[in-house]
Write a protein that binds this ligand. Structure first.
Ligand code: DQA
Length: 149
């Protein structure tokens, strides 16, 4: 069995479905996980899906992913716009990483326009709600050379 894709979610994403539904939609984080798992299965990839409200825990998971994952999808939530620690953790990994956001951060407040993480990622997908995760998984699968079944 090959290594899974780690899909890591940052602060407040546990409240998906309840939190600002006009911005983030009505799907819950469990819905996101289920859809990402189905999408990944098309490419014969497994996912390891996690959420934390704590910056250090996300750093620990990225470090774990260096040896336990074949790729990384990250929605670091608000830490996207603040965290040099998460950037450094990503820079220390060799596996490909895709940054995702549910909302189109560029249509929102100016402070959301800058990401500390993008420079360490192969690409960024934002603005498509839950679909952003599916697109990220697909882009990662293509980069990894995983074949669609
Ligand atoms: C988010 C966008 C961030 O600006 C925000 O802080 C989040 C969610 C998104 O998925 O659209 O928590 O990452």
């Amino acid at each position: 069995m090959s290594k899974p894709i780690y899909i890591l979610n940052g602060p407040n994403l546990n409240l998906l479905g309840q939190r600002e539904p006009e911005v983030y939609g009505h799907a819950t984080l469990d819905d996101v996980r289920d859809r990402a798992a189905i999408w990944a299965a098309q490419f014969s990839l497994d996912i390891e899906f996690r959420q934390s409200n704590t910056e250090g825990e996300i750093v620990d998971w990225i470090q774990e992913a260096r040896s336990s994952a074949c790729g990384l999808v990250i929605n670091a939530g608000a830490y996207t716009h603040t965290s040099v620690a998460i950037l450094d953790a990503l820079l220390a990994t060799d596996i490909p990483c895709v940054e995702v956001h549910l909302s189109n951060v560029f249509q929102r407040e100016e402070f959301r326009h800058h990401s500390y993480l993008s420079s360490a990622c192969i690409g960024v997908i934002c603005g498509f709600g839950v679909k952003s995760y599916e697109l990220a998984v697909e882009a990662l699968a293509e980069r990894l050379g995983a074949a669609a079944s």
